[in-house]
Design a protein around this ligand. Structure first.
Ligand code: ADP
Length: 383
């Protein structure tokens, strides 16, 4: 331990300004993948890193020397300036959610960390604000609330239909011929199927989210599972006027896997491929193996995915632009990812709008030794 650290304990945000090469600090701040603005004791900007330039639209040159509130126009600036607060209390404010306004007047939600900068003697040098654009997270929160209300609405409308037909059968049974009765029962069965599907999706998702979904490993033939799914989906594909192909020339080795969960993975991928494809296109399931892995690809010639949506489609509740007219809650791919990763594998996507999408599931042939606790799948939000 160096003598320098032994002298006196440091408060948060305190720096030793003597004997340090300030260009090093500047280099570090400029390299940080977060927007950082530093100010002097009068809250005039003394540093503005490239991320701050990107988020606000102001260049470092434009920002330097200006009053920080004029550049960031933070939601808290006028009410309770966080910089003045940390300077007054000589402590850092962590993780405040607020807004800033960029140079074009757009309000941007940000997560902001603020700290006062003090010298060895406690003298005020200035302050620092590190902030992150959280527009994407905020949009996701809105989408999530929206989807949950859609989910409740879908459940309610199925229940209303079932309730209505049960009542009709109870009250008018004597006057209904058998054909009508069977028709009503059929409608009820259909709605019950929808409800089961919805509730299963949410139960599975909630188990994934809390890390309570335990995988049940046993020797599994992916050839057999995929062949059964292929047969089951032939009917759906035919009805939609889509050509479904299975290309599995080499026989795959038996692996230790949770067959039920893997079926769910491929069901979700096939449901999406069908949902986002037009008539007279082809969906191909193909398999092959490398030295270490089994690879299953589900490829369609459907609407494809916008490159802007691509990085987020495996996040729960995320739905691409192309999905707006289609049913769904944005949980399918989050579930796929969690299950595949629970098997020690990976799932990749390649897509081009208007050309189609290809999802690649890579599963290791040998299961890595884990302790029993680890065989629980960690959900998209962690344990
Ligand atoms: P959902 O299908 O319920 O919307 P998913 O999690 O299964 O949710 O998929 C997330 C998003 O990814 C979809 O909303 C859609 O935008 C996009 N997506 C997934 N699979 C495909 C596909 N095969 N073709 C086009 N878009 C897809």
């Amino acid at each position: 331990m160096g003598g320098r650290n032994m002298k006196s304990p440091q408060r948060p945000g305190q720096i030793r300004n003597k004997g340090y090469d300030l260009s090093f600090y500047r280099f570090v701040i400029n390299s940080l993948p977060i927007a950082v603005a530093t100010v002097d004791s009068e809250l005039r900007i003394t540093g503005f890193n490239p991320w701050a330039e990107q988020v606000t639209g102001y260049s470092e040159k434009e920002a330097m020397g200006r009053y920080c509130g004029d550049i960031l126009q933070g939601g808290m600036c006028k009410i309770n300036c966080p910089l003045r607060a940390v300077i007054r209390k000589k402590q850092s404010v962590v993780r405040m959610e607020t807004t800033i306004v960029d140079r074009w007047g757009k309000v941007i939600p940000v997560r902001m960390n603020t700290a006062g900068l003090f010298d060895d003697e406690g003298g005020l040098l200035g302050g620092l604000e590190a902030f992150q654009d959280i527009s994407h997270l905020k949009a996701l929160e809105r989408e999530k609330a929206n989807l949950i209300s859609m989910f409740a609405h879908d459940i309610k409308s199925s229940l209303t239909i079932i309730g209505g037909f049960v009542l009709r059968l109870l009250k008018k049974r004597a006057n209904l011929n058998e054909e009508k009765q069977v028709k009503y029962l059929d409608i009820m069965r259909n709605e019950t199927g929808k409800l089961t599907f919805l509730v299963n999706d949410f139960l599975e998702f909630s188990r994934l989210q809390t890390g309570r979904l335990k995988l049940d490993f046993s020797p599994t033939s992916l050839d057999k599972e995929l062949m059964e799914l292929f047969d089951a989906y032939q009917v759906k594909a035919k009805q939609a006027g889509i050509n479904l192909k299975l290309e599995n020339e080499e026989e795959l080795p038996i692996i230790e896997a949770d067959a039920n969960r893997l079926r769910r993975v491929f069901t979700n991928l096939l449901d999406n491929a069908l949902k986002f494809s037009e008539k007279a296109t082809t969906i191909t399931i193909s398999t092959h193996e490398t030295g270490k892995d089994i690879i299953v690809e589900v490829k369609d010639q459907g609407i494809g995915i916008d490159p802007k949506d691509l990085p987020y489609i495996f996040e729960s509740f995320n739905r691409g632009k192309g999905a707006k007219q289609k049913e769904g809650f944005g949980l399918g791919l989050a579930t796929v990812k969690a299950i595949v990763e629970g098997h020690g594998g990976r799932v990749l996507v390649d897509s081009e709008p208007g050309r189609g999408s290809e999802f690649t599931v890579i599963l290791p042939k040998e299961r890595a030794e884990r302790n029993p606790e680890e065989s629980a799948v960690q959900g998209p939000f962690g344990p």
